[in-house]
Design a protein around this ligand. Structure first.
Ligand SMILES: *[C@@H]1O[C@H](CO)[C@@H](O)[C@H](O)[C@H]1NC(C)=O
Ligand SMILES: *[C@@H]1O[C@H](CO)[C@@H](O)[C@H](O)[C@H]1NC(C)=O
Ligand SMILES: *[C@@H]1O[C@H](CO)[C@@H](O)[C@H](O)[C@H]1NC(C)=O
Length: 970
């Protein structure tokens, strides 16, 4: 009660001092004192606070017109006002309204100072930088009607005492870090009209059982939190409710039947939960409902007729297990603009008149078992924008109305049985951005007027019966990124102007009947990563410029009649796939390609010759007589050497057979493998993975090593390939920032790899598991780790021949020695870029990388380049700065560290210093550190760019980290 006592003292003091002053000069003194001692006002917004005029005329102050008492202070949206919560303003007894929203106020709010404000009716602290627990609402905030604390970093629980502010009408807790359950006392607030608490990633528990007591509640939003349990039956008593948003939680159970009583509801969002059971057929009375979204749940059964018959603007039930037919009544809805039924098991046909009665904008029924014709009038109202129905069994013609539908920009109707011609007016619609009509039975040709689709980025029409010449108009699609025309019957020459398409990344013309030559001036294709023109009737030569394309990693020219020599430049490319087979290529195979790895890529060119690559004939040279003498002599010498070697090897093999293990030693070691293998016991296991166990073994010599023993009994191809990959790549590498493999040992039923032991475990454990780890790693240590790891990766990418991609860069694979120096480890997934060509179609046989570290483009290309490692390394940099895991629980469900850091970095207007929330609180850092942290975050952002091309190389990353920012990039 000390603060109440102080309050009394102060008011005694004030009334004594200003006994002869008016109320307003006394309050003016309070205002000025707070302004001068607590407020920061860098932009001088409050410069007119001057006691020569009445405070009623000061900026932000409002007085009662009659009594001239100060009733309101409104700082909202000034943006730059800062300081602690100015609770002392509340010492003005007549103050009713206090808003400091959207400024830079910060710090935590003590319950004592907060209690000064218990008489206000309106309190807005939103969009500031407050931290700490929400203060208790004591003494009772009897007159409070509006409370907004949204967009701060408040933690802890919502205080139950808020339930005593019985006049509350609006409460907004959005976007904080609040945790715990909603207090049951909330249900006392019967005047409440608006309750908002979305975006609090740790808010949990169940919805209050008696939520239905809030008879005046109109808006109820708690999305992106962790609510669990069932939706209480009493929800049906929310008789004034207009909007319910419980999306992205972990709610279970079904939708209670009582929902059918919410007569005034307009928006009902339940998506992304774990709700199950059938959708109840109780929607008939919800005539105000405009938007219903129950997508991303586990609902089963049919789409209720009572729901389909409402006049909804938006119906979304995608990503459930719904089945049966779509009720015909759906098509009579005059309001329907958005229909999302995708990823269910709906069957039967679609109502024929769908689209005739409403301004349909988005139509997505993909991934179902629907059949029959597509509704012909989907775009009869000329509003359709997204037309999506792929992966069904639709047949018949392209919908008439969609042929001349200028509003459509996104079309995905692949994998159906659609047939006939697509009207030429469709191709020339200027709004089109992406078309995928692949794997249907469409016929006809592409019109020259396709050039009017000026902004199209993707044209995927593969697997149909399209024919005719490629019109030159196709060269005017300047924004196009992907063009896939494979498996059609296109013929004629490739327009040379194709090389005008500067943004093209993927061009696939495979299996058509194209003739003529490959366009010559390809050097403009700087973004092209994949070029497949195999199985056509192309002739001419391979343009030399192809070898200089900076992004190309997939080149397939097989099965044509291409002649001439293979340009030397091709060996400069870092290709995942190279296929030149079955052409008429001739001459000497360029040195860079003259290796067994490429043999299958070159086969079927009878006129190619090689130094010694089978099955190609040797290249002829004009040879002199002396050549033959030398050749015979060296032949003899060769025979002798081979015989000798054979004898030696045989002797050695005989001796080997007496040993139990086959050992490959990579470094000089002062102990025997038997010593190591004999001491593997359960008591010294330090780690366990999918493929084996890791042991820590201290040898008699005192040296400690780490042993990874791969499971032998159930040895899978994966384990085997991990073992080989690790042996083949790591065994040959010597670098101070890469873990040393001492030797590998292959026994009858096991494989073991022996490494130097790293005293401090992994960086990941240090940062995220060890409670003291984060404190041990001060900024200078973290920076050294970042730089060391970057150097290790740069060595793999740029100094190894062929270069090596790690494919699983993450903090758990960066080990720390006794002095916390980093070594990159775990090469189980590593690939040398050339070996990869052997794999079936450039796609990796298994997912490479770890959740949270995988570069976005990998998801759709399934191809790994060095730039994927760069991305993962960027994630590690973010971990080092923030101390958070890549998928930390504090992020929203669909957010990861990259999105989070990017957002915070972009929103902090004052640069990095505004981004204190990014920096690991466990780290003590000086002001000098801030600059370096900012720099490292900048590098991390570049590394995690969504576009591989924009990511720096690892060599460049090292330069950037060392502060050599003036060196040109690449
Ligand atoms: C306050 O402002 C009003 C109108 O702007 C003016 O009429 C009045 O004289 C001012 N009062 C004082 C005390 O400055
Ligand atoms: C006070 O006066 C202002 C300006 O004269 C007017 O706009 C406002 O409505 C008045 N407020 C009250 C409560 O009378
Ligand atoms: C609450 O408002 C009423 C009516 O305006 C007023 O009489 C009462 O003093 C207020 N209570 C507090 C604690 O300010």
């Amino acid at each position: 009660m000390a603060y109440i006592f102080n309050l009394h003292l102060l008011s005694l003091f004030l009334s004594f001092t200003f006994a002869i002053a008016t109320f307003s000069t006394r309050d003016a003194a309070v205002l000025l004192r707070v302004k001068n001692t607590q407020l920061e006002d860098p932009d001088g917004f409050l410069n007119d606070w001057d006691d020569s005029i009445t405070p009623c005329n000061w900026t932000t102050i409002t007085c009662n017109n009659h009594t001239l008492d100060i009733v309101s202070i409104d700082f909202s949206d000034f943006g730059s006002l800062a300081g602690p919560f100015p609770a002392d303003f509340c010492r003005i007894p007549t103050l009713r309204y206090l808003s400091i929203g959207n400024n830079c106020f910060n710090g935590s709010i003590s319950p004592a100072s907060f209690s000064l404000c218990s008489h206000v009716t309106f309190l807005n602290l939103s969009s500031n930088y407050f931290v700490g627990k929400l203060p208790e609402f004591q003494p009772r905030f009897v007159n409070l009607t509006v409370l907004d604390v949204s967009y701060n970093n408040f933690t802890g629980e919502i205080p139950a005492s808020i339930g005593e502010s019985l006049l509350l009408q609006v409460m907004n807790f959005s976007a904080n870090l609040l945790s715990g359950a909603l207090p049951e006392s909330l249900t006392n607030l019967t005047e409440l009209t608006t309750f908002l608490a979305p975006e609090n990633p740790s808010l949990s528990g169940r919805l209050p059982e008696n939520i239905g007591r809030l008879k005046k509640l109109e808006t109820f939003r708690i999305s992106n939190t962790q609510l669990s349990g069932e939706i209480p039956d009493s929800i049906g008593d929310l008789s004034s409710i207009k909007s319910i948003d419980l999306s992205t939680n972990s709610l279970t159970g079904g939708i209670p039947d009582s929902i059918g009583r919410l007569k005034s509801i307009e928006h009902l969002w339940l998506y992304d939960n774990k709700l199950s059971g059938e959708l109840p057929d109780v929607f008939g009375n919800l005539t105000s409902l405009l938007q219903f979204d129950a997508s991303l749940n586990d609902f089963t059964g049919k789409l209720p007729t009572s729901l389909a018959g409402l006049h909804l603007q938006s119906l979304a039930v995608n990503d459930n297990n719904l089945e049966g037919e779509i009720p015909t009544i759906l098509s009579s809805n005059p309001m329907l603009t958005q229909l999302k039924l995708f990823r269910n098991k709906f069957s039967g046909g679609l109502p024929e008149s769908l689209g005739e009665n409403s301004d349909l904008e988005e139509f997505d029924v993909s991934d179902n078992q629907l059949q029959g014709p597509l509704p012909p009038n989907l775009c009869s109202k000329k509003k359709l924008q997204k037309f999506i129905c792929f992966n069904n069994r639709f047949s018949g013609d392209f919908p008439v109305s969609c042929g001349d539908c200028k509003s459509i920009f996104y079309v995905r109707i692949s994998n159906n049985e659609l047939s006939g011609e697509i009207p030429s007016s469709f191709w020339s619609s200027s709004a089109l951005q992406f078309i995928d009509v692949s794997n249907n039975k469409f016929r006809g040709s592409l019109p020259d007027s396709i050039s009017r689709s000026k902004i199209i980025q993707g044209l995927v029409i593969s697997g149909n019966g399209f024919s005719g010449d490629l019109p030159a108009g196709i060269c005017r699609l300047e924004e196009i990124v992907e063009m896939d025309l494979r498996n059609n019957q296109f013929s004629g020459g490739l327009p040379p102007c194709l090389t005008n398409l500067k943004k093209l990344e993927k061009l696939n013309l495979q299996s058509n009947e194209f003739t003529g030559e490959i366009p010559n001036a390809v050097s403009s294709w700087t973004h092209l990563s994949s070029l497949n023109i195999s199985n056509n009737k192309l002739s001419g030569v391979i343009p030399n410029e192809i070898g200089n394309l900076p992004s190309l990693n997939y080149l397939d020219l097989a099965g044509n009649s291409i002649s001439g020599k293979i340009p030397d430049s091709l060996s400069h490319l870092k290709l995942n796939i190279l296929n030149l087979s079955d052409n008429n290529l001739e001459g000497k195979i360029p040195t860079g390609l003259d290796s067994e790895v490429f043999a299958s890529s070159l086969i079927g060119n009878p006129k190619l010759c090689s130094q010694d690559l089978k099955p190609f004939p040797r290249c002829h040279k004009t040879k002199s007589a002396s050549y033959y003498v030398v050749a015979i002599l060296s032949g003899l010498a060769f025979f002798l050497i081979v015989s000798l070697l054979w004898l030696l090897i045989k002797a050695k093999l005989l001796r080997r057979n007496t040993s139990l293990w086959k050992i490959t030693s990579f470094q000089r070691v002062g102990f025997k493998e038997q010593d190591v293998l004999a001491s593997l016991s359960e008591s010294n296991v330090i780690g366990m993975g999918g493929s084996g166990k890791v042991y820590r073994v201290t040898l008699k010599t005192g040296q400690t090593v780490a042993v990874k023993k791969l499971y032998g009994v159930h040895r899978s191809p994966e384990t085997e390939s991990e073992f080989r990959s690790e042996m083949e790549t790591l065994g040959l590498i010597r670098h101070k920032n890469i873990v040393k493999l001492l030797f590998a040992s292959v026994g009858e039923d096991f494989r073991a790899l022996v490494y130097e032991y790293m005293e401090n475990g992994s960086l990941g454990d240090m940062l995220h598991v060890d409670p003291k780890g984060g404190y041990l790693l001060d900024w200078s240590k973290r920076f050294e780790i970042a730089l060391g790891a970057a150097q290790g990766l740069a060595y793999l990418h740029h100094d190894c021949v062929p270069s090596i991609v790690h494919r699983d860069v993450k903090s758990n694979n960066i080990l720390l020695d006794e002095e916390l120096r980093p070594r990159v480890a775990d090469f189980g997934l590593a690939k040398s870029l050339q070996i990869e060509v052997k794999e079936s179609d450039g796609a990796m046989s298994r997912i490479a990388g770890s959740y949270g570290y995988i570069a976005p483009e990998y998801a759709y290309t399934m191809k790994v380049t060095e730039k994927c490692d760069v991305y993962s390394f960027g994630v590690v940099l973010m971990e080092l700065v923030t101390g958070k895991r890549p998928n930390d629980a504090s992020f929203d469900e669909n957010k990861d560290i990259v999105k989070w850091v990017t957002e915070v970095a972009l929103c902090g207007e004052g640069g990095w210093k505004d981004s204190d929330q990014l920096i690991d609180p466990k780290m003590n850092c000086s002001s000098h550190d801030y600059e370096e942290i900012g720099m490292v975050l900048n590098v991390a952002l570049q590394c995690t760019s969504a576009f591989p091309l924009n990511r720096p190389s690892m060599r460049r990353v090292v330069e950037l980290l060392k502060g050599q920012s003036s060196t040109p990039s690449k």
